[in-house]
Every structure is written in structure tokens, then in C-alpha cells.
Design a binder for this molecule. Structure first.
Ligand code: HEC
Ligand code: HEC
Length: 140
């Protein structure tokens, strides 16, 4: 019994000293961020304006992956392809969207996974007030 008590006492002592070491650490100054003044301000960038869904954009050359005439912020993850919600063969008609091209589909009617990452080839177009990258592409 005596032995057990000593052990408990020693453990309690250990815990105390542990805490003490912690208390002597440098205090963290959590208010410093709130005190800094932001002086370098400017108006927000103009938001890009995306075309309304419904009108496809004319292609510049044959077999061009058509440009996306809407925002393309649908997520494409391993589990779910957000674009297929509207463009898959099963859903396209109901969603009033063009069905994916036959080249994207395997014989069993499933999406060929080589085409899984839609935005690798299809890119959205928007009216941008901000200059993006120079582009002097010509289809001639
Ligand atoms: C909520 C439904 C919906 C989702 C989700 C969606 N689209 Fe669309 N998409 C449409 C509609 C509607 C149109 C306009 C009709 C058309 O041209 O297919 C369209 C048009 C397009 C076109 C032009 C087709 C053409 O022949 O000109 C492409 C390319 C396209 N979408 C790609 C994508 C990609 C890539 C994604 C995922 C990032 C996506 N869409 C997600 C509804 C959707
Ligand atoms: C490797 C490049 C590539 C990828 C990835 C890709 N596409 Fe395409 N897509 C094309 C090309 C090229 C065409 C045009 C085919 C043609 O007209 O010969 C096309 C055509 C289309 C069309 C128009 C079909 C039509 O009949 O007018 C739609 C809609 C489309 N793709 C949607 C998608 C969706 C949704 C995904 C993702 C699941 C996807 N694409 C992935 C290259 C790609």
C-alpha cells in the first residue's frame, strides 16, 4: 500500500513539473494580427461574365473540342464527374445539353475514362474585363 501511494505521489509531482515547464514558455501574442493596418488597397477585380447556357459557341476548326458556353466550376473528382450530370447520354436530353461526343463513349455506353478530365480539352469562354493571356490564334 505504501509503495502504491509513493508511486501516485511521484506521478502527481511529475504532472506538476510538466505543467510548470509549459507555463514558462514564451507567451503567444494573439492580438498582433488584428492591430496591423492594411494600407495597400485597390478595387476588386471585375468578375468574368459567362455566357448563358443554351447557345453553343461557333467552332474555329473541324474536330475542335467545343468551347464551354457556361461556367465550368463543376467538380470533377474520382467519385463523381460533375459535367456528366448534364452531358451524359442518359441525362443530356432532360438537361437540354448536348450529349458527349460518341468518341468519348465506350461500346458498353460508359464514359471512356481517357475523356474523364473534361476541362483538359474543353475550356469555358467569358467576357473578361481583366486581361488574361495574350492569344493570337488564327484558324487560317
Ligand atoms: C447543369 C447542367 C450542366 C452541367 C453540370 C454542365 N453543362 Fe455543359 N452545357 C449545358 C447546357 C444546357 C449547354 C448548352 C447546350 C449545348 O450546347 O450543349 C452546355 C454546353 C456545353 C458545351 C458546348 C457544346 C457544343 O456543342 O457547343 C460544352 C463543351 C460543355 N457544355 C461542357 C461542359 C463541361 C466540360 C462541364 C463540366 C465542367 C459541363 N459542361 C457541365 C449544361 C451543363
Ligand atoms: C481529350 C480531349 C477531350 C476530353 C478529355 C473531353 N472531350 Fe469532349 N470533345 C473533344 C473533341 C475533340 C470534340 C469534338 C469532336 C468532333 O466534333 O469531332 C468533343 C466534343 C464534345 C461535345 C459536343 C458533342 C457534339 O456532338 O457536338 C460535348 C458536349 C463534349 N465533348 C463534352 C465533354 C465532356 C462532358 C467531357 C468530360 C466527361 C469531355 N467532353 C471530355 C475532346 C475532348
Amino acid at each position: 500500500m505504501k509503495k502504491v501511494l509513493t508511486l501516485v505521489a511521484l506521478m502527481a509531482l511529475g504532472a506538476c513539473t510538466g505543467q510548470q515547464t509549459h507555463n514558462t514558455a514564451e507567451p503567444v501574442n494573439i492580438s498582433s494580427l488584428g492591430r496591423s493596418n492594411i494600407t495597400d488597397v485597390r478595387p476588386a477585380d471585375a468578375m468574368p461574365i459567362y455566357p448563358k447556357k443554351g447557345a453553343s459557341i461557333e467552332r474555329s476548326f473541324i474536330h475542335q473540342p467545343p468551347l464551354i458556353p457556361h461556367k465550368a466550376d463543376y467538380s470533377i473528382t474520382i467519385k463523381k464527374n460533375g459535367c456528366m450530370t448534364c452531358h451524359s447520354s442518359a441525362k443530356a436530353q432532360r438537361m437540354k445539353a448536348t450529349e458527349i461526343h460518341s468518341s468519348h463513349i465506350l461500346a458498353d455506353d460508359k464514359l471512356n475514362n481517357k475523356y474523364f478530365n473534361c476541362t483538359q480539352c474543353h475550356v469555358p469562354q467569358a467576357e473578361n474585363k481583366q486581361k488574361l493571356v495574350e492569344n493570337d490564334f488564327s484558324n487560317q
